[in-house]
Design a protein around this ligand. Structure first.
Ligand code: IMP
Length: 177
């Protein structure tokens, strides 16, 4: 028996419209440069990055980075571990980090610090979703898709223990169900 689909929080067409707007804004802002490096944060940002990157009108290259949260109880919560670094040289380049969702802010804050050590010309951030009320560290999101409440969302790249990642819309689930 198939399980019911999660209820829709943000529809496919609303996501599409917002991604197009973000792509326009980013393309305008960087129109005088020599292109940007988009760094997608695996795994959750892979669909957002694919759609956003194809709608930009400026030169762009793609990199990926992977992180995971420390699950060891001896390590304070919020600590982030680098699982895979960027492969290309980003020194002197304009970098745009592309995240699926900013929750506590620890991941994005860690990534900004880590990528700064590679010597890029600039770093900006783009996130599809932000749970503002969950913030534990302050982190600037230059390009934001949607603000959402304190709820667990899936789809469009986001998962719950690897489930529902390829739903075409953003849905809400109860992780305790
Ligand atoms: P932060 O470090 O607390 O900001 O967490 C960011 C990461 O937690 C995201 O990149 C996601 O992988 C994951 N995450 C946080 N909230 C959700 C959610 O509602 N759905 C799916 N993943 C989430």
């Amino acid at each position: 028996m198939s399980e019911p689909s999660p209820p829709v929080l943000i529809s496919e067409s609303a996501i599409d419209a917002r991604v197009r707007e973000l792509a326009r804004e980013i393309s305008d802002d960087y129109s005088n440069g020599d292109g940007i490096v988009l760094i997608g944060v695996l795994k959750g940002a892979f669909i957002f990055l694919a759609d956003l990157s194809r709608r930009l009108t400026i030169p762009r290259t793609i990199e990926f980075i992977a992180v995971s949260s420390y699950e060891d109880s001896d390590v304070s919560s919020g600590a982030v571990r680098l699982v895979m670094d960027v492969r290309g040289n980003i020194e002197g380049r304009d970098v745009l980090i592309v995240e699926d969702i900013v929750d506590t802010g620890h991941t994005l804050s860690y990534l900004i610090g880590m990528l700064e050590s590679h010597g890029p010309a600039s770093i900006r951030t783009c996130a599809l979703l932000h749970k503002a009320e969950r913030a534990e560290v302050e982190v600037n999101i230059d390009y934001l898709g949607f603000g959402i409440g304190d709820e667990w969302v899936v789809g469009y790249g986001l998962d719950f223990v690897e489930k529902d990642r390829t739903l075409p819309y953003i849905g809400v689930i109860d992780p305790n169900d």
